[in-house]
Design a protein around this ligand. Structure first.
Ligand SMILES: [Zn+2]
Length: 494
């Protein structure tokens, strides 16, 4: 009997934890500019109103900047990027906004030219340059400015491991030293021998045993690839804000500028592929309630953002006859509601029933957003869906009855007010609908906002305003009442 109860309890517990895992809900935001220099400026704006010191690194290559995070944190300085020949204009403006009085350049004159230095000097800044003959010496020289008796050792020929450990290293003012895969450079050894404890980041394929032999009291943390190593680091060297910063693992710039802001807010950095959340990162995403993503859609895709937000995209395709070839540019987004309340007021949102409605009436939409924010893709965007029907747009006469060709249609599983539903059902039927099924859910707004942001980012002719993103009831006011008065445009920032 006890065994049986134990089993039931276990099953209950399992189900409970399973439910918790599937209802992961995190908020996401982006910190982005139109290029790496502007993204670095946006990161700086997010973290600093003023800064006495700024750190400048070359924007096109990483060797000299890789170890810069801990130094920047110790000076409470943002890391800005510049063209190596001339001071980048947005960077100059940011230096002025911050009212900085000192700049530290990472790298020798070969990495960042004397012209950049002179430009900063002419703005009245005191200058310091930390460089070396090569990346290993630069990192060693940075390490001399940090007092910790520990050190991280990363492979100096690639950036991911150094940047993944940077927020923790920065927060604890532990230097990041660089090594070749097979030999420990002299400059690195000179610093390492003064430490009492070292941490190797990467498996033996990244830093081999020969290097390990020369290190003081080493411990190794490495995974099968950069993302796995990142996952291990985020566990072993945890930051406890419950928030994570997310950067592409395919380029260094955003993670470099972003490492200091992450350190400042006691948060880890997670590296992702451009269009995919690595499986190893998926296993730890539940540890975080908020993700700040560095860079635009070109750096980290919306797919990754929606996965981080815990939104599922489900492919639920409708047959080709429910849409047509698109022959016009996409200029509008039209929002709708739909349900099966007229036939089943007690169970209005069964996906099979909704699919049948599309088929029976030969209509369609590109997306259908469910009550928990799950996103069904029904029609690909390069085809025109049958969602808008007859109607007109003010000042755009050629759109009369043609909006399907110009728009993307988004249905939400929702039900309007009794008045709005009058043409579809009797008041007796309406009264059978559970009140939790009426109106829209927060999860739906969250998914819709991400979807709209994504569509706007991909479609240059859609402006993110209420002229281009409209309700069906605005196009066909005599015929249609959706999305109706219960839909709150402010929830998607409109
Ligand atoms: Zn509609």
């Amino acid at each position: 009997m006890i065994k049986v109860i134990g089993l039931i309890l276990l099953t209950l517990l399992f189900n409970l934890s399973f439910q918790v895992n599937t209802s992961i809900a995190a908020t996401t935001e982006r910190i982005k500019g139109t290029d790496r220099y502007k993204t670095a400026v946006e990161i700086s704006k997010k973290g600093w109103n003023t800064a006495e010191t700024v750190i400048l690194a070359k924007g096109t290559d990483f060797p000299d900047a890789l170890a810069g995070g801990p130094l920047a944190y110790s000076k409470n300085a943002p890391i800005l990027l510049t063209n190596d020949k001339v001071l980048t204009d947005v960077t100059r403006q940011e230096v002025l906004r911050l009212k900085a009085s000192k700049a530290i350049l990472l790298g020798s004159e070969g990495a960042i030219s004397i012209d950049v230095e002179n430009s900063l000097r002419s703005l009245g800044l005191e200058m310091e340059r930390i460089g070396g003959q090569h990346r290993f010496e630069t990192a060693a020289n940075i390490a001399k400015k940090l007092s910790s008796n520990k050190a991280f050792i990363t492979n100096g020929r690639n950036f991911p491991d150094a940047l993944a450990i940077a927020p923790y290293a920065a927060r604890n003012e532990i230097p990041i030293l660089l090594t070749e895969k097979e030999t420990l450079p002299e400059a690195t050894y000179e610093i390492v021998k003064t430490k009492t404890q070292t941490f190797i980041i990467g498996k033996e394929g990244v830093i081999d045993k020969n290097v390990e032999q020369h290190l003081v009291n080493p411990t190794r943390y490495g995974g099968k690839d950069r993302y796995h190593t990142n996952q291990i680091i985020s566990g072993k060297f945890a930051m406890d804000s419950g928030k994570a910063f997310v950067a592409t693992g395919e380029d260094f710039a955003d993670a470099l500028s972003g490492s200091v802001l992450a350190a400042k807010s006691n948060s880890t950095i997670l590296l992702v592929q451009k269009s995919k959340l690595p499986a190893t990162i998926q296993t730890i995403q539940k540890n975080y309630k908020h993700f700040s993503i560095y860079g635009g859609f070109g750096a980290v895709s919306n797919e990754v953002q929606t996965s981080l937000a815990g939104i599922q995209t489900i492919q639920t395709p409708l047959p080709l006859k429910n849409s047509k070839v698109r022959d016009k540019p996409i200029t509008h987004i039209v929002t709708h509601f739909m349900s099966n309340a007229a036939s089943k007021p007690e169970d209005p949102y069964n996906i099979k029933d909704l699919q049948q409605i599309f088929l029976d009436y030969n209509v369609s939409a590109h997306y259908l957003i469910g009550r928990n924010g799950e996103m069904h893709q029904l029609v690909p965007e390069n085809r025109a869906a049958f969602h808008a029907g007859k109607g007109t747009l003010i000042n755009l006469p050629y759109y009369k009855d043609q909006l399907n060709s110009y728009s993307i249609g988004i249905e939400m599983m929702a039900i309007g007010t009794k008045e709005e539903m009058k043409s579809m059902m009797s008041s007796t039927q309406y009264n059978k609908i559970h009140r939790s099924h009426i109106g829209y859910t927060e999860a739906q707004y969250k998914s819709l906002k991400l979807l709209v942001d994504d569509i706007v980012a991909r479609n240059p002719f859609i402006t993110r305003d209420r002229k281009h993103i409209i309700g069906h009831d605005e196009y066909s006011p005599e015929r249609k009442s959706d999305p109706g008065s219960l839909f709150n445009w402010a929830k998607i920032g409109l």
